[in-house]
Design a protein around this ligand. Structure first.
Ligand code: WT7
Length: 651
């Protein structure tokens, strides 16, 4: 969590360049008008956006049906996501886009593919037919566990074409995590690849699918993309090659006319319990919010080359690598590998090579590049850039200024966008032609979004002041539920305050009403912009036979924002050596994935607890970050535990 005192000392203000404003998709006048409409009548604002930016087969009858906490947007309306992302760019007024690049793809080894809208449409129709041929029907869930290759985009869009909700599992998750998600979502089929490229070498994926599906009763079909050519074992009768199925598939497939509330996808994210939640998004409202925000915030024009660096396995990739940009008819760049292969300038060379104009990335990446040195971006011509974005965690002013100067050449507006897996699309953000920016602030809510800062008692705070971030009115991209668990949905997001969405973040507003997001206030950590629950890591640790008890906290880290620290009491006593620490780190990787591997493990024979047995994480956080705890310890059961824990980092 950034130190709000130091954030608020940030006084620099950057005004939109008049030349930018003049050409902006949304200028000051538009923004003022939309803010007014959005505040007075958010439903009318969103209905206007839905009509303007999307093509509907059947118009809706009612814009919003709100039975808290359950919302239905555009009730009775029918549309198709793949139609909006593809077909309408091939016909009528959009027809000139037929041969425009929809996806520019570059693999880590340097191989490239440029896929036009017409070609993407053809491939999507073919794969939709492949899915049908495998028995996938409207409503069936399809799990995608893939590297960053065009086939992932094709598979997603094919799912939307036939109304089969997808659930993408990030390729960095382990076989165990994959199996949990396959089971929870009740998948019928898994689409994967032999592997992908990372850090200069192929990594395997199919093997994890085999492990996840060992003795699996429901999933009897697997489709495998050949990406690396590495050896894989194909299970007779279950596994089939993508290219073989595609060879015979027809390129004609009519888009299903789907209800606006038809499930579009389920994406798992961490919460404050050990079990990840399947966040459900639906068709019409989600697409309305992502297309509108993409157009307005990234100011996308037909001439842009847009690059969002997120992996499609996270929500940012769903909304702003694929659905938002393609619904806008834009050119979206996809890059397979790590930012620093074969050298620390790979990203900058990609920007120069493809002439990227709009670039959207995460603060953790920016901080990594600051550390690597300015000479790497300076080697390349980045003058094509005209707008920069940031997402995933609060951006510290130092990183903001570096991004502005070194990457943006002092001429690009920066949009710091706050949102969540649950919100579907951006919620708090500058509009680049209209809003003054301040380094470290996500500025103001998007028109039609009623974000507020509440006291713990549920009273709105008056700026300046801090509290808990909430959204008071439903918005079109909001999650519709947690897959299979309506009770948890209610408790998690709607029990703190009546009929008001509780985001789980702390926020401060300055005198001007600008939002400064302070980070999670629950037991959720933000590691490099990715959400990991402390309980998830704890349950992974205690599942190991050498662990009696474990408590996990985050400590501030210069690069990743937060680093995971685990306090573990080993069954065999605290004399257990480094070997056990290595074993446990590997164990967490196996249970969840490398992203959840603790940066540090400390052995202890007791954890600080309250009299009722609750672990006092606040104290552990202080200890992990080397701070003297100034907090209240009056409910602590055994004071000697604290002293011992402080010593534990020397072992
Ligand atoms: C959490 C959501 C959807 C973006 C990718 C992460 C933090 C996200 C910002 C920002 C400050 C941010 C919040 C939020 N966060 N963007 N611009 N400034 N904090 O999605 O995994 O669902 O995590 O990321 O804490 O609650 P996610």
């Amino acid at each position: 969590m950034p130190d709000i005192e130091s954030l608020l000392k940030e006084k620099r203000v950057f005004k939109p360049d008049p030349a930018f404003t003049k050409n902006a998709n949304w200028n000051k006048k538009t923004v003022a008008e939309y803010r007014k409409l959005g505040a007075k009548n958010p439903e009318r604002f969103w209905a206007k956006m839905a009509k303007e930016h999307l093509t509907w087969f059947t118009p809706w009858k009612k814009t919003l049906q709100w039975k808290p906490p359950f919302a239905k947007w555009f009730v009775g309306g029918k549309l198709n996501v793949s139609y909006n992302c593809l077909d309408r760019h091939l016909e009528g007024e959009g027809a000139w886009r037929k041969n425009k690049a929809a996806i520019i793809w570059e693999g880590e080894p340097g191989d490239t593919r440029v896929i036009t809208y017409a070609e993407l449409h053809r491939e999507v129709c073919k794969f939709a037919n492949v899915l049908k041929g495998q028995g996938v029907k409207k409503g069936d869930r399809v799990v995608l566990y893939m590297p960053m290759v065009p086939e992932l985009a094709i598979a997603m869009l094919a799912c939307t074409r036939i109304g089969a909700p997808h659930s993408i599992v990030f390729g960095g998750f382990s076989a165990d995590a994959l199996r949990d998600r396959i089971d929870d979502v009740g998948a019928k089929i898994v689409i994967t690849a032999d592997g992908g490229y990372r850090k200069g070498a192929p990594f395997p994926l199919k093997k994890a699918v085999d492990d996840a599906l060992a003795n699996h009763e429901v999933v009897d079909r697997v489709v495998v993309v050949r990406r690396t050519g590495q050896d894989v074992s194909m299970v007779e009768g279950r596994d089939q090659w993508w290219h073989e199925l595609m060879a015979d598939a027809s390129p004609k497939c009519a888009p299903a006319k789907l209800d606006a509330e038809h499930p579009l996808f389920i994406l798992y994210t961490s919460g404050s319990t050990g079990k990840p939640k399947g966040i459900l998004h639906t068709t019409g409202g989600y697409l309305t919010q992502v297309v509108t925000t993409t157009k307005a915030i990234f100011d996308l024009k037909d001439s842009d080359v847009y690059w969002c660096t997120a992996d499609i396995g996270w929500i940012t990739g769903h909304s702003y690598v694929i659905y938002g940009p393609l619904a806008c008819g834009a050119t979206t760049l996809m890059y397979e590998g790590v930012p620093v292969h074969p050298g620390p300038d790979r990203w900058w060379s990609l920007i120069a090579k493809w002439g990227v104009t709009v670039f959207y990335t995460a603060p953790t990446a920016i901080r990594t590049f600051i550390r690597l040195g300015d000479e790497h971006p300076k080697k390349h011509d980045l003058s094509s850039l005209r707008l920069l974005g940031s997402v995933g965690e609060p951006i510290n002013p130092e990183a903001w200024i570096w991004y502005h100067k070194i990457i943006g050449g002092k001429k690009c507006p920066i949009v710091d966008t706050w949102w969540q897996t649950e919100t579907g699309g951006v919620m708090i953000t500058p509009l680049p032609g209209a809003v003054d920016t301040k380094p470290g602030s996500a500025t103001l809510p998007f028109p039609g979004i009623d974000a507020e800062v509440y006291t713990e008692e549920g009273d709105p705070t008056k700026p300046p002041g801090g509290g808990l971030l909430v959204v008071r009115k439903p918005w079109p991209g909001m999650l519709r539920g947690i897959w299979g668990d309506p009770q948890r949905f209610k408790e998690q997001y709607w029990s703190q305050y009546k009929d008001t969405y509780f985001a789980g973040d702390g926020a401060h507003r300055d005198k001007q009403g600008y939002f400064w997001i302070m980070g999670r206030i629950d037991d959720v950590m933000n590691i490099s912009g990715h959400r990991i629950g402390t309980m998830e890591v704890e349950s992974a640790l205690v599942s190991h036979s050498s662990v009696a008890e474990a408590a996990v906290v985050g400590r501030p880290d210069d690069i990743t924002g937060t680093a995971i620290v685990a306090f573990v009491s080993p069954t065999g006593g605290t004399d257990a050596g480094d070997e056990l620490k290595q074993t446990l780190r590997a164990h967490v990787s196996k249970e969840i994935g490398a992203i959840a591997r603790p940066a540090e493990i400390r052995f202890t024979d007791a954890l600080p607890k309250t009299r009722s047995g609750k672990i006092m994480r606040r104290l552990l956080r202080d200890i992990a970050s080397g701070k003297e705890s100034k907090g209240d310890t009056s409910t602590l059961e055994d004071f000697s535990v604290l002293a011992k824990l402080r010593e534990s980092d020397e072992t």
